[in-house]
Design a protein around this ligand. Structure first.
Ligand SMILES: [Zn+2]
Length: 431
């Protein structure tokens, strides 16, 4: 537990356990199956720290995180070799909390406990999802499932908690003719020029609006800088025509940048037209060895200024660029600050950030939580960290005389529930 020494910490922390939560960012809609218990323990965000500690050497021939071909005890010892070097990080803590809350595991490094857990884990079924969504008091979640088509067309089911984000990256990540044709079924003919492509995008987007999307989501920061330019349509058309006319070629980022940027800005104009917020990945990326400078939210400022009518939801605390993040929240009425995932990347960073945010940014503009996971156990673990962090930050501000306890509780309710409820127009009863 990450606690502060403030007198009001215990009361505030307990209040947070009973406070309803809206998850602002998730990647799954319902119960997700898992069978290999040891793989399950590692294959969440903790895997990055396991690798960072040298654990890539534990991988099996099948690419699994720890060699499945080894006898059980040897495999467990191989896991321990790297776990013992990385079990104090926040990712590890979130994983440990999830196992404690959902499976009663105190110490996953103890082989006897692991064996008991692995046996119980064999009976894991869909009841665990409903049980812990309810126990963790989560009322709704905004989900980005990368491809919405099956949901829009009624081919995929989902839990009652889901509100959907429109996944934008594949719309403007265009490098080959095949990429341009993905949307052709929405106009029922071949796509031969940029106007055709835009017509198909418009048709698909309208279906998604009718389906009930609550926002647009873009995580293109994983592959390119978020310093979007503002090229002319003619420049975008030039790139489009090159791709569509050379069906066997793959075009690099330098050749397609104008098209990529133009389509992104076009989507922002659609967001304004439909009054849909836009979630943008900024800061740290999942996995290891990606490049961080390209993801700093400061690169997004020209886009924020170009679209004053679009409400931007800036993700992940822009970790590790706190100062730029606070500046953006303070300076732009169309920018909101989201600590989804960040709460389990770096608790101390988030505690400092939230304290400074109370003093610098309207408290209506911060969202405290989104698990950004694929399994209910990790949501439970990461939400516990987020509640600890918020209690630390706000109890510290009560102790120092900046807030009274009633104000601290109301800010927590806004950050976890009221702000996302209003921002995404979810229509739930405010707290
Ligand atoms: Zn995510």
């Amino acid at each position: 537990m990450y606690a502060s020494g403030a007198k009001c910490y215990p009361e505030l922390r307990q209040y947070l356990d009973n406070l309803p939560v809206i998850e602002t960012h998730e990647h799954y809609t319902n119960y997700q199956k898992a069978d290999d218990a040891l793989g399950f323990v590692i294959d969440n965000y903790y895997l990055s720290d396991f690798w960072s500690a040298g654990g890539e050497a534990a991988a099996g021939a099948d690419g699994g995180s720890v060699n499945k071909d080894l006898p059980e005890k040897e495999r467990f010892d191989l896991f321990l070799r790297y776990y013992k070097k990385s079990d104090k990080t926040a990712y590890a803590r979130g994983m440990q909390e999830g196992l404690r809350i959902c499976w009663g595991v105190d110490d996953i490094s103890d082989y006897e406990q692991f064996k008991i857990f692995a046996k119980k884990f064999e009976a894991r079924d869909e009841s665990i999802y409903a049980e812990f969504m309810d126990k963790m008091n989560i009322k709704a979640k905004v989900v980005d499932i990368f491809d919405l088509a099956d949901y829009v067309e009624g081919k995929a089911g989902y839990s009652k908690y889901c509100r959907f984000a429109f996944p934008l990256p594949s719309i403007h990540d265009l490098h080959r003719k095949d990429d341009l044709m993905r949307l052709k079924k929405y106009i029922g003919r071949a796509i031969t020029c940029l106007d055709d492509y835009v017509e198909a995008f418009d048709a698909y987007f309208q279906k998604c609006v009718d389906f009930g999307i609550v926002c647009i989501k873009d995580q293109t920061a994983y592959r390119r800088t978020i310093a979007y330019g503002n090229p002319t349509k003619a420049e975008a058309e030039k790139a489009f025509n090159d791709i569509v006319f050379n069906p066997r070629d793959t075009f690099g980022d330098d050749r397609v940048r104008a098209l990529d940027d133009w389509l992104f800005q076009y989507a922002m104009r659609k967001a304004a037209k439909y009054d849909l917020p836009v979630q943008i990945h900024t800061g740290h990326m999942a996995g290891i060895r990606n490049e961080i400078v390209k993801t700093n939210a400061a690169h997004l400022i020209p886009t924020l200024e170009l679209h004053p009518d679009v409400r931007f939801d800036i993700f992940h605390g822009n970790w590790p660029y706190m100062d730029e993040f606070l500046f953006i929240g303070k300076n732009y009425p169309n920018a909101w600050l989201n600590l989804c995932w960040a709460q389990s990347i770096d608790p101390a960073y988030c505690v400092e950030l939230m304290k400074r945010a109370v003093m610098t940014v309207p408290h209506s503009k911060l969202f405290a939580f989104g698990g950004d996971t694929g399994m209910i156990e990790w949501v439970a673990g990461y939400l516990t960290l987020a509640r600890d962090n918020v209690a630390c930050a706000l109890s510290g501000l009560v102790e120092s005389g900046w807030l009274n306890l009633g104000e601290a509780k109301q800010i927590a309710a806004d950050w976890f529930f009221n702000n996302p409820n209003e921002f995404f127009r979810l229509g739930l009863e405010p707290i």
